[in-house]
Design a protein around this ligand. Sequence first.
Ligand SMILES: Cc1ncc(COP(=O)(O)O)c(C=O)c1O
Ligand SMILES: Nc1c(O)cccc1C(=O)C[C@H](N)C(=O)O
Length: 413
Amino acid sequence: MNQIDYARLDRDDPLAHKREIFELPNDTIYFDGNSLGALPKIVAQTVNETTREQWGNDLIKSWNQHDWVNLPTIVGAKIAHLIGAQSNEVICCDSISVNLFKVICAAINAVGSEKRRVILSTRDNFPTDLYMVQGVESFLGQQRCELKLVDEAELVDAVDERTVAVLATEVNFRTGRRLDLQQLSQAAHAQGALMIADLAHSAGVMPIQLSQWQVDYAVGCTYKYLNAGPGAPAFVYVSQRHHAKLKQPLQGWFGHLNPFAFEPEYQSAKGIRQMLVGTPPVISMQAVNAALECFNDVSLAQVRAKSMQLTHTFQQSLAAQDWSSDFELISPSHAEQRGSQLSYAHPNAYEICQALIERGVIADFRAPNYIRFGFAPLYNQFQEVERAIAILADIMSTEAYRDPRWQTRSTVT
Ligand SMILES: Cc1ncc(COP(=O)(O)O)c(C=O)c1O
Ligand SMILES: Nc1c(O)cccc1C(=O)C[C@H](N)C(=O)O
């Protein structure tokens, strides 16, 4: 018998009041905030205001009047607060992929040589991280950049005197396994290498201490747990230790020391501003700025505590079902060792995921046969876990997932 008192868990939840600041459809249980966060009401209002009042009314004057020109640093400073960095170490711009290109090149420029040319990463890293290294490798040649891939468990021991940087994602997008960034940073530094972290699945959902952990460079997105909307600009962190010699090859005019002098020669801005390339996407950057307000009165320790409780409760509820042995948990079984998601392997994962979505439970499928449930502590409720498991139980007992409509897979999953 299921002993969990979901209603009591919701009553005792110190973050319960945050749900009402989001627009969420009544008939939906949204367990996909690890792919695209929900819409905060303030973001909808801010986008409307930026478009109608600032752009519509104040037109080009807005660059100064509404400080559009400084949004990347203003927003970067707010993100810095959530990832344990100094305000001048983070800037909001571009996508994770583009920011990775900049930091991979910056790391090669800082410590690389023909002898030290390996970017060490994990086989199961998010593909864009690996593609970006492969891109640098093919441009610079293998004398300057060589991608080496190992399993997550081998990462610490694989660092050696040939390593330029360890490139690791804190929370694995497939399995949800969490890596110890501090330990990786120490292992990298012990060999004279640098540490690059991808925070896509951790920023906004767990405490991160980039300065304390001595991470050298980091990237992350704002459209997952930071709830800034589809394609909202990403962020990049460069430790102050590297500011004086910072150099990256995407020398756009916004990263110039004096962009509005329109000089023909590039001269880089000082510090983190050098990571800028072109004109910031103002409307979506205002969305990021507004979305960050959702974190004003919460601590990330509280967010992490609820996240662990949500994953634990979901896993406990699923394990109590008589069909649970068909679902193989591929996430770590201890909540501390995973991010805010649970992934299960099942031969019919795709079809089950579609059947859940049709019944209002949004999870996602990852090839080859994984179903992922992401938990966003600012808006998910324990009673949603209860309802989702009941719906899943119905799908499994009626075999509703065996539906010919799901023989063909959609492009975005
Ligand atoms: C770990 C990780 N890194 C990078 C990305 C992609 O980032 P972007 O699309 O901003 O380049 C994602 C998800 O899209 C991701 O999960
Ligand atoms: N960025 C995405 C997109 O533009 C479309 C669909 C999904 C995404 C994602 O963020 C995928 C995500 N990084 C993942 O962990 O699978």
